[in-house]
Design a binder for this molecule. Sequence first.
Ligand SMILES: [Cu+2]
Length: 64
Amino acid sequence: MESTVQIKGMSCGHCVKAVDQALRKLDGIKDVKVTIGEAVITTDGPMNETAVREAIKDEGFEVV
Ligand SMILES: [Cu+2]
């Protein structure tokens, strides 16, 4: 399954890398494509939205 989340507060390549690495650590994530302000997340089953939101928040950004 593919889910797209909008992310507030990202501004550069470092932000992209931080979000990418944080999301890849989560269970059930098959692939992640992160750009500034957006992440496209491919999961085995339904995406764990809470885990994604928390992981992004821990990096200092916010899912909108
Ligand atoms: Cu940045």
